[in-house]
Design a binder for this molecule. Structure first.
Ligand code: SF4
Length: 450
């Protein structure tokens, strides 16, 4: 969707084609047999909006939610078409944009809504028995920070124990041969967090130590985390970097939802995302982000940021604030002269209703939104050109890979530039926007510890 609003063209996504091909294959294999087709996973919520697709694709049931503790019951009841209402609700929970809840009945969509037990307890979550992709292990579920566009926050917090973490690493090492450990959560800094989302430094260092001390593990990184912790807790980042053996040849990647450069939008949609720092007290949203990237670069962490364009209530001014933030970060350096390290990917915020109405066309990106895309791709091209010496393999392969990445980054930036120019974006304005009024950033970390 994010590319569709940029390039226009056919609204049929590749993933959708792949999905339909897979379902067709499964349906061919079960033709004339009694086998039922049940789908699950977070994507099931798309069927809430595109209900007719379930019938069109011949899917018998879709299950929405977590099912670790009741999966055998689910399979058995689906196979026999005998759904026990004490365990499964025929329908699902819907939330409006103010997060108020309503229930919708549906014979084909099952959930745990109104059943008395909505989620498995920690002790009911089994650890993996076969290796996960990329050596990934789960370390917690839920989040609780409360960003208003996010469903994860509604789930209860459950933290994997050291025993569970070790058991999953063991499977990935023994059966998957994967020595790198990805620690999956929606916000690693929330692991056993303290009041007001202060990071639990002991729990975090113990967890990373446990992972890195496991014989056979060569490296590790978390999947997701907020920027406010690197911003306000540099000593913690330093400690974790030492445990993870971070350095110029071992950057610790982490994905962070930055969403916007606009102070007012940040306060409106995600006021707690900077906790325990407070926007406007410990620094502006942009200052908190800036200090976070500073500390990450210093300790060899590299954030992969995502931005949203098209958020509810977003104005052109908000979007230009985002352009300014990307430009300032892109042109900043830490004390020893190294440039800020991060990637930034703009994503289109797609309200579910728009998906139903299938109103997609290339005009969806207005001038200011395109400016955010262009500023982001300019930075990505810059990052790609720095990656010339990275990659795996011998020096020749590395140089080849680096050149391709660098050229690819440049090419994509030029394509976006071309589209933006044709649609009336003032390219030189985007390039310099926010740089003339470079702000003097105060030290957020000093404030956090005051
Ligand atoms: S911090 Fe991330 S996971 Fe948590 S509520 Fe906000 S967007 Fe969702």
């Amino acid at each position: 969707m994010s590319y569709l609003v940029l390039f226009g063209g056919d609204p049929y996504a590749w993933v959708r084609r792949e999905w339909e091909a897979l379902i067709a294959k499964i349906n061919a294999a079960r033709k004339g047999k009694k086998a039922k087709l049940l789908v699950g996973g977070p994507g099931v919520l798309e069927f809430f909006q595109m209900r007719s697709e379930l019938d069109k694709e011949g899917i018998d049931y879709a299950f929405s939610g977590e099912a670790d503790d009741i999966l055998p019951d689910l399979f058995e009841q689906v196979a026999n078409d005998n759904i026990d209402p004490k365990l499964f609700y025929k329908g699902y929970t819907e939330y409006d944009d103010k997060f108020s809840r309503s229930y919708k009945q549906d014979d084909k969509i099952l959930s745990r809504t109104l059943t008395g037990k909505l989620y498995p307890k920690l002790e009911e979550i089994p650890t993996i028995v076969n290796p996960a992709i990329k050596g990934m292990i789960e370390v917690m579920r839920g989040c609780g920070v409360g960003c208003d566009f996010c469903e994860v926050t509604l789930r209860p917090l459950r933290y994997y124990t050291p025993e569970m973490i070790s058991a999953e690493i063991d499977v990935n090492l023994r059966k998957g041969g994967n020595s790198h450990v990805w620690l999956h959560s929606d916000d690693i800094w929330g692991y056993k967090h303290d009041n007001f989302f202060r990071p639990n430094e002991d729990a975090l260092t113990d967890m990373f130590k446990l992972v890195m001390d496991t014989p056979g593990v060569s490296g590790s990184n978390p999947t997701h985390g907020r920027i406010s912790i690197p911003s306000g807790f540099p000593e913690l980042m330093d400690k974790l970097s030492k445990i993870l053996k971070a350095g110029p040849d071992n950057w610790i990647g982490i994905q962070t939802g930055l969403e916007t450069g606009s102070e007012s939008l940040a306060k409106k949609h995600m006021p707690n995302k900077t906790m325990p720092l407070k926007i406007g007290v410990d620094g502006s949203w942009e200052e908190i982000v800036w200090q976070g990237v500073y500390n990450e670069t210093k300790y060899y962490w590299r954030s992969a940021f995502t931005l949203q364009v098209g958020q509810p209530g977003e104005t052109d001014e908000d979007l230009w604030d985002t352009v300014a933030m990307v430009n300032r970060l892109s042109n900043s350096r830490i004390d020893d002269g190294r440039p800020f390290e991060f990637t930034v990917t703009p994503l289109q915020n797609v309200p579910m209703g728009r998906m139903t109405s299938k109103k997609f066309d290339s005009d969806l990106l207005n001038e200011a939104e395109l400016a955010v895309y262009y500023a982001s791709y300019r930075h990505l091209a810059k990052m790609a050109s720095r990656r010339k010496s990275e990659g795996t393999g011998n020096i020749v392969v590395k140089a080849g890979t680096g050149a391709i990445i660098s050229f690819g980054g440049y090419l994509m930036m030029k394509v976006v530039e071309d589209i933006a120019r044709k649609r009336g974006v003032d390219i030189s304005k985007v390039k310099r926007y926010g740089l003339e009024q470079r702000k003097e950033f105060s030290s957020v970390s000093a404030l956090a510890h005051a």
